[in-house]
Design a protein around this ligand. Sequence first.
Ligand code: ADP
Length: 195
Amino acid sequence: MNLILFGPPGAGKGTQAARLVARHGLAHVSTGDMLRAAVAAGSELGRRVGEIMDRGELVPDELILALVRERLQQPDCARGFVLDGFPRTRAQAEALDRLLAELGRALDAVIALDVPDEVLISRIETRIRETGGARSDDNAETLRRRLEVYHAQTAPLLDYYRDRGLLYVIDGTRSIDEVTRAIEEVLGRIGKETG
Ligand code: ADP
């Protein structure tokens, strides 16, 4: 089972992805995590990527695509994967389609967590308070920019996947467990329950 977990920053993609991994044995492919690892490694590339992330801008498509291409070919992705934070642009979505065709794989569903901006803003404010701003892109100004970028470049992908019959939208304002249940319900409906 190959899924995209889609939604704005702070929608809860990471939390739900972790549950999908635990329950269905999927590989978690988080481009944000991969980029943070590159930043932590302290290379020149990592430094440039870190500056882009701190501004709330998108890292260039070619770099993301190189990371995802390599990641999807790792053995743990063979049983299925959940993409988290990718694709974020039309070019990334089209490149993903080409990559999957090349690998002989296909997407089973795109699960979108729907959360209004005002809820996202208050969630991230809580996360900043609780973690003391552990993530350097967790601040009010960067969040505002991340939301703008999401609406301008990423949200249009909802139509891209709706047109392909892959889109399932879930109310992401409900509790973590309720959102998990709604996701499992979608997976049951598409007949990809792996237990
Ligand atoms: P969130 O979902 O909270 O916005 P992520 O961890 O997914 O956080 O991403 C953090 C940052 O990493 C983004 O703001 C962006 O700068 C960069 N990034 C992550 N994934 C991508 C991607 N697919 N394309 C471009 N930039 C990305």
